[in-house]
Write a protein that binds this ligand. Structure first.
Ligand SMILES: Nc1ncnc2c1ncn2[C@@H]1O[C@H](COP(=O)(O)OP(=O)(O)OP(=O)(O)O)[C@@H](O)[C@H]1O
Ligand SMILES: [Mg+2]
Length: 299
């Protein structure tokens, strides 16, 4: 089902498409800028679903923009504007489609490392811990249960896999890829961003269990935060009032989707089945709620 108010895919005349991700379409806006468009696509179990989720692209964009502003004292970032009216002509030509879901950003040379910070034991971190007692070289206390809070947040970089799952790497490997100085800088910045965001979100009823940052070097050689920031797509958000370590936690945004898909006889390989109207509507409500809780405003 493609709702009339959703955007499944964009195609912008006059702009070169750089990349179509699972959720975002990225265009070259001019020599120094990119246009990052968050569509309403949703993925689950690593597959893009044929159903879109109303307002999702808007929430992702508004939330990233909120965090970029809120965390600007920790690190500079790539965002120039989310206002379509201030973007170049080629963008404004498709203003109606792009409004609310687009970020005009400084183009950077991306460091090919995903800067993951984990405050809780989940996902691939939990799997690594079960197998080895550590994550990316961080030796952890024995006897932690799934979703347990870690003694302190840890930096667990991963490589950006072109397809499939990202691979967790140790800091030693990261040093080989980007050098010692950049590794330290990205680690300290990532940890500082996480600490600040985690404390803020927790007071508003959301646990940020983990998150992924990306950084790049801009044309004045500054290291800046890029991509999306602290959204439900790049982080694990858990409702704080339902936190119960000892098993997986309900995901803030996609739980309805996953629960529904688990009721089907689907092998989790493409093509993915469509979502019923009530499941996609409930998912919209969850994205909007995350936005409202975190920012204190209705979108
Ligand atoms: N300022 C920037 N300069 C250069 N590249 C950037 C910048 N901001 C984001 N990017 C890149 O844009 C791309 C966004 O596309 P990506 O494939 O991650 O989309 P996505 O919708 O998140 O999909 P997926 O779920 O497959 O990751 C990333 O490769 C990211 O590194
Ligand atoms: Mg991505």
């Amino acid at each position: 089902m493609t709702g009339t108010r959703t955007v499944a895919e964009t195609s912008l005349p006059g702009l070169k498409l750089v990349r179509r991700g699972k959720v975002r379409d990225v265009y070259e806006a001019d020599e120094r800028h990119l246009l990052v468009v968050a569509t309403d696509r949703i993925s689950a179990f690593d597959c893009i679903l044929p159903t879109q989720v109303e307002r999702k692209g808007e929430v992702l964009t508004a939330l990233s923009s909120f965090w970029f502003g809120r965390l600007a004292h920790v690190t500079p970032n790539h965002l120039v504007t989310t206002e379509v009216e201030k973007m170049p002509d080629a963008v404004r030509a498709s203003a109606d489609e792009l409004r609310g879901r687009s970020m005009f950003v400084r183009r950077t040379e991306v460091f090919p490392v995903e800067c993951v910070v984990r405050g809780y034991l989940a996902g691939s971190g939990w799997k690594d811990y079960l197998a080895t007692g550590e994550i990316c070289g961080h030796k952890l206390p024995e006897g932690l249960t799934e979703s347990a809070k870690l003694p302190g947040p840890i930096f667990t970089p991963a490589t950006k896999a072109e397809s499939g799952h990202d691979e967790n790497i140790g800091e030693a490997r990261m040093r080989e890829i980007v050098g010692d100085e950049v590794t330290e800088r990205l680690r300290e910045t990532s940890l500082a961003l996480y600490r600040e965001a985690e404390a803020y979100a927790r007071e508003r009823g959301i646990i940020i269990a983990d998150t992924k940052f990306e950084f790049g070097r801009d044309d004045s050689c500054r290291i800046i935060l890029i991509d999306e920031a602290l959204t439900p797509d790049s982080s694990r958000f858990w409702p704080a009032d339902r936190y119960a370590p000892g098993g997986p936690q309900p995901s803030f945004d996609k739980q309805f989707v996953r629960d529904y898909l688990e009721t089907l006889d689907w092998d989790k390989r493409p093509p993915a089945p469509p979502l019923p109207e009530d499941v996609s509507a409930a998912t919209t409500a969850r994205y909007l709620e995350a936005y409202r809780l975190l920012t204190g405003k209705e979108l």
